[in-house]
Structure formats: structure tokens, C-alpha cells
Design a protein around this ligand. Structure first.
Ligand code: AMP
Length: 174
């Protein structure tokens, strides 16, 4: 059996990045640790095994690093949800407020077939603005959000409250 994941010791706080007052959660030490990475992917996927997930949507850019192996683990396809202007074909977009700034995210307009069951994956749930916009995007295109899975939840920012009645799974809470 795999040893329990000690994710906390492999997540580094970087104060005042990218702006003063933000404590950035750097997950690169966790990603670089083979055993911890494998355990984290298994734990992100675990509640959704056997739940008929068709597609895993990863949010640019650290979400891609997690969504792709989670999709492989679940036997699902993977879809990138990208920052504005990066996708080559017709897109749909949704706006969101970041913990630091405002932006919009996009997916290809045909990325989520009608009724497809979609798991959204990202590294950090902070204020929940990005995740809420990702849900709107998936559902606006035609998919059904089966759940959301995050490595880190910043509980004090109450992002979960922006995702009422959604199955939200996170591995480490601060
Ligand atoms: P939010 O929309 O506020 O939930 O912010 C979530 C998005 O911003 C995720 O894609 C994260 O990658 C990023 N993010 C927000 N806060 C942090 C943080 N403290 N450390 C690292 N990434 C963050």
C-alpha cells in the first residue's frame, strides 16, 4: 500500500507573490516528488472512480499538470480550459475575479458534448471565482459538472460557498 500523502510538507509558501499580500502556494516540490505526485493524483481522482466521468477539464496552467494524469487514471479524456486568446478554434468564455485581479477563461465551443460528465481540476481553490466560471463554461457548452477536485483549498477565502450543491473535493486545507 502507498504511504499516506504528506502534501503539506511539499507545498511551499511564497509570500508576496505575484503581488504584495498574497501568499502563493508553490506546488512544484510536490510535483517533483514521484511518490507524492502519484499519491496526489490518486487522491484527486479517488472520489470520482466509477462515477462515469467522460472528461476532466484542467484550468490553465497548473491545473493542466494535475488534470491530465487524473483523466488517465479515470479513463477519461482531458480538456484544457485556457486563458483568453490561446485556443485556435471557436470558443466560449466566462469571466471571473481572481484572488489577484480579473480575467476570463475559455474552452472550445464544442469541448463538452451534451450531457457529458465533467470533472474540473485545479491546483488551488481560493475565492472560488475561477472554479465557478469554469462550471458556467462547461454547462454553457453542454456538459454536466460531476464534481471539482483541488490539491489545495484556502478555506478562509470560502470558495466552496460559490459552488453550492457541487461535489467539491480537496486534499489539503489551509
Ligand atoms: P480563485 O478564483 O480566487 O479561486 O483562484 C484560483 C486560481 O488562482 C487557481 O487557478 C490558482 O492556481 C490561482 N491561485 C489563487 N490563489 C492562489 C495562491 N494563494 N497560490 C497559488 N495559486 C493561487
Amino acid at each position: 500500500m502507498r504511504p499516506p500523502l504528506d502534501a503539506r510538507s511539499l507545498i511551499t509558501d511564497v509570500p508576496d507573490f505575484p503581488k504584495k499580500g498574497i501568499v502563493f502556494k508553490d506546488i512544484t516540490p510536490l510535483l517533483a516528488d514521484a511518490a507524492a505526485f502519484a499519491a496526489a493524483i490518486d487522491e484527486l481522482a479517488q472520489p470520482f472512480v466509477g462515477k462515469g466521468i467522460d472528461l476532466v477539464a484542467g484550468i490553465e496552467s497548473r491545473g493542466f499538470l494535475l488534470a491530465t494524469p487524473v483523466a488517465y487514471r479515470l479513463g477519461a479524456g482531458v480538456v484544457p480550459i485556457r486563458k483568453k486568446g490561446k485556443l485556435p478554434r471557436k470558443t466560449r468564455s466566462a469571466s471571473y475575479a481572481l484572488e489577484y485581479g480579473q480575467d476570463s477563461i475559455e474552452a472550445h465551443a464544442d469541448a463538452f458534448p451534451a450531457g457529458s460528465r465533467v470533472l474540473i481540476v485545479d491546483d488551488v481553490l481560493a475565492t472560488g471565482g475561477t472554479a465557478k466560471a469554469a462550471c458556467e463554461l462547461v454547462e454553457g457548452i453542454g456538459g454536466r459538472v460531476a464534481g471539482l477536485s483541488f490539491l489545495i483549498e484556502l478555506g478562509f477565502l470560502k470558495g466552496r460557498e460559490k459552488l453550492p450543491r457541487r461535489p467539491v473535493h480537496s486534499l489539503v486545507e489551509y
